[in-house]
Design a protein around this ligand. Structure first.
Ligand code: AMP
Ligand code: GLY
Length: 431
């Protein structure tokens, strides 16, 4: 099979790494890819928003399966464009991707179908947003309706922060038309967990639960990021909760989307909060998580290419997926200044020593080659140092040891990935 992966980050590197292991693979392309992906795929120099050009390319080389990583091309309709050209794609059409692209749509959809989520109101202007926020009381959660690169969620804890948030949304118009409407919702306390499944429009195959660390600094402090680390198992979700999420959230959502003419084919990601009152959906994403995808690809035993090709054109061949017993962990090495103003162009040294460690894989997230061919940083999140191990503690220990061998003095990383989970569970290796 001739396969095209769309995206150029650590998630796409992990997808390419996993697809490469399939005996069905004949040719692997990635648009735009990165220097790490270049070692295992042919790069197509197109950015992810060039959806027409990418779709034309895919048709011209007779791609048998396109796999879409990030949300932007999905929201721009890349799946529709590929399908129009007869290219099978694992990734939802624009209408189905709205479950991520519009938070107002997602919340109203959840309300319509009884999916457990935080109580909310939709506000169209500053005054109604202020009034709704005061009804909920502090802390409260404000979310821009549209895509805002992970920055559109603000959690004011008092009147002053509320006013600052309202002026970002409605005064400064920081998020432009993405904040024409905002969701005002109840603040939920609890532990977050990522639940991601494959959907073929009708059937759902859950991946193992995973956990992502969104804040920049240790102790879940500092600004929200795309994710500074991940591990699977999540360590906080046993088999009973996982099957509850499957039956009460994932299957009903896929069924209801199909009924609303938005059949969902692709990775469906539920961001969940484990609250004292039970599980609540914080958000849906229409794609694999990043960096959750990296640890899930390390644990998945099945042939990913066979699965995705079946999901793109018909039905999944199996009714459940198989995962290695071993745990997997991922540490994100980020640039100084991330997420606001990452400093790029720094040499990353030779990764060979770190990569040689047992159980270690390094995926490139934001790297480039400079004029001399040296590997340099080229984004906010730069390298994903991942490791497997008998349990979470071993996977994390190996990942931290490998990260220490990356010769990039300015690297920014969290030192506490998995720490709270390991402390809370005796072994840390359940669920
Ligand atoms: P979202 O993009 O909707 O997942 O929101 C980004 C982040 O904001 C989440 O990962 C949570 O950490 C936080 N968040 C979102 N909604 C809530 C909520 N209702 N209560 C508490 N925290 C939230
Ligand atoms: N790691 C969170 C996300 O992919 O949205």
């Amino acid at each position: 099979m001739r396969v095209l992966v769309i995206g150029g980050g650590g998630r796409e590197h992990a997808l390419c790494w996993k697809l490469r292991q399939s005996p069905l693979l004949e040719e692997l392309y990635c648009a735009p890819g990165n220097p790490g992906i270049a070692e295992i795929a042919d790069l197509v120099p197109r950015s992810v928003d060039e959806v027409l050009e990418i779709a034309d390319f895919a048709a011209s080389v007779r791609i048998d399966l396109a796999v879409v990583g990030p949300e932007l091309p999905l929201a721009l309709g890349i799946a529709d464009e590929l399908e129009m050209r007869g290219v099978p794609v694992f990734g939802p059409r624009q209408a189905a991707a709205e479950i991520e692209g519009s938070k107002v749509f997602a919340k109203e959809f959840m309300a319509r179908h009884g999916i457990p989520t935080a109580a909310f109101e939709i506000a169209h202007d500053e005054a109604s947003a202020r009034a709704a926020a005061r009804r909920f009381g502090f802390p409260v959660v404000l979310k821009a309706d549209g895509l805002a690169a992970g920055k559109g969620v603000i959690l004011p804890t008092d009147e002053a922060e509320l006013e600052a948030a309202l002026s970002l949304f409605f005064g400064e118009r920081r998020f432009g038309s993405a904040a024409n409407r905002i969701v005002v919702e109840e603040w939920l306390a609890g532990e977050e967990v990522s639940f991601i499944a494959l959907a073929d429009g009708e059937n759902v195959l859950p991946l193992a639960p995973s956990k992502d660390y969104k804040r920049l600094r240790d102790g879940d402090l500092g600004p929200n990021t795309g994710g500074m680390g991940a591990h699977s198992p999540a360590g906080i979700m046993g088999p009973e909760s996982a099957s509850w999420v499957l039956e009460r959230v994932m299957r009903p959502v896929v069924t209801a989307l199909a009924r609303e003419n938005r059949a969902f084919r692709g990775f469906l990601y539920a961001g969940l909060m484990l609250t004292p009152a039970g599980l609540r959906v914080l958000e849906f994403n229409a794609r694999l998580g990043d960096p959750e995808g990296q640890v899930l690809m390390l644990r998945l035993e099945d042939d990913l290419l066979e699965l995705l090709a079946a999901g793109a054109t018909g039905r999944f061949p199996a009714s459940r997926l198989r995962f290695r017993k071993e745990a997997a962990a991922c540490l994100v090495l980020a640039s100084p200044g991330y997420p606001e103003q990452p400093l790029t162009g720094e040499p990353l040294g030779d990764l060979a020593a770190a990569r040689a460690d047992e159980g270690v894989e390094i995926f490139h997230a934001g790297t480039a080659r400079d004029a001399e061919g040296r590997l340099v940083s080229a984004g906010g999140r730069v390298l994903d140092v991942c490791a497997t191990g008998a349990g979470l503690s071993e996977a994390l220990r190996r990942a931290y040891a490998a990260a220490a061998k990356v010769e990039w003095p300015a690297k920014v990383l969290r030192r506490d990935i998995g720490r709270r989970i390991l402390a809370a569970t005796a072994s840390g290796d359940e669920g």
